[in-house]
Write a protein that binds this ligand. Structure first.
Ligand SMILES: Nc1nc2c(ncn2[C@@H]2O[C@H](COP(=O)(O)OP(=O)(O)OP(=O)(O)O)[C@@H](O)[C@H]2O)c(=O)[nH]1
Ligand SMILES: [Mg+2]
Length: 263
């Protein structure tokens, strides 16, 4: 039987089962800080990330029975960089200044001793104007169907550049996944590149994102300043290790002759 570290209460988030309780002190009367979850276990777990496979189309994706967390968002939002930062690996996912760098669904396995217990999916971004229309429509349909039908999808991280805010395509994506979020799919809006904002701007962007996340969570993140790393690492660990979390029920895919889910 697999054993996961004991759940720990936390003041700022309901992290009932975050990893790695810091060992309770043997001395009585210590601060409640000693009960805070320890992100080290989550970081160690994320660091095990290794390339699993790449799939240009949905049917090329292997069916998996471990929880999967997808990173989605506009082109250039920082998805690949975020995966590299979280996994503490420089070139696991391909990141680039040129939008449209990621063009297939890339899967990365996580798990100690080579035993995969979760998978991260780096998805191509949308909204990049220079992509030919045909390719754009095809890709948007693939992504819509991935989000609706991927059976082992446990969580979605939607990356937003807070300087741009939620774009029309982000809003369509929110609509597409809403039924699955209502069924239990975990969802996080991650405001990337927060190093570009001052404190007041960050806080404002965060409150707007919280309102928009519709039942999900919103956090600030910066790969450059390593901001938000602990929180996101703990959240991903929690999503994928939480006992009894049902996978959101997949939904009927969009047939090929219907308009794409995201355009
Ligand atoms: N300042 C700053 N730049 C960042 C941060 N995260 C990513 N970037 C930069 O943003 C650009 C795009 O990053 P990627 O990670 O390739 O973006 P992506 O969302 O994977 O893009 P696509 O693959 O095109 O969908 C790169 O030049 C990164 O260096 C951050 O936290 N701060
Ligand atoms: Mg990318």
């Amino acid at each position: 039987m697999t054993h996961h570290p004991t759940p720990a209460p936390s003041n700022d988030s309901p992290s009932h089962d975050a990893p790695g309780l810091k060992s309770p002190t043997p001395h009585a009367g210590k601060t409640p800080d000693s009960l805070k979850p320890d992100p080290k276990i989550a970081h160690g777990w994320l660091h095990t990330a290794r390339f699993l496979t790449t799939a240009p189309q949905l049917e090329h994706l292997p069916a998996l029975d471990v929880p999967e967390v997808a990173f989605v968002g506009r082109s250039n939002a920082g998805k690949s960089t975020c995966i590299n930062t979280l996994t503490q690996q420089k070139r696991l996912a391909f990141a680039s200044k040129t939008p449209g760098r990621t063009q297939s669904i890339n899967l990365f396995s996580l798990g100690k001793q080579g035993v995969t217990d979760a998978v991260l999916a780096d998805l191509p971004g949308y909204g990049y104007a220079a992509v030919p229309r045909e390719a754009k429509l095809r890709w948007q349909r693939v992504m819509g169907n991935y989000l609706l039908t991927r059976e082992n999808l446990r969580g979605v991280v939607l990356l937003i550049d807070p300087r741009l805010g939620l774009t029309e395509l982000d809003e369509i994506l929110l609509e597409v996944i809403r039924p699955r979020v209502e069924e239990g799919l975990k969802f996080l809006v991650l405001l990337t590149k927060s190093d570009k904002l001052n404190h007041a701007e960050s806080q404002k962007a965060l409150s707007i994102a919280r309102l928009q996340s519709g039942g999900g969570e919103a956090r600030l993140f910066s790969a450059l300043k390593k901001k938000g790393l602990d929180e996101v690492a703990l959240l991903l660990w929690k999503w994928t290790h939480e006992a009894g979390t049902p996978s959101a029920r997949p939904i009927t895919p969009v047939p090929d002759d219907e308009p794409p889910a995201l355009d």
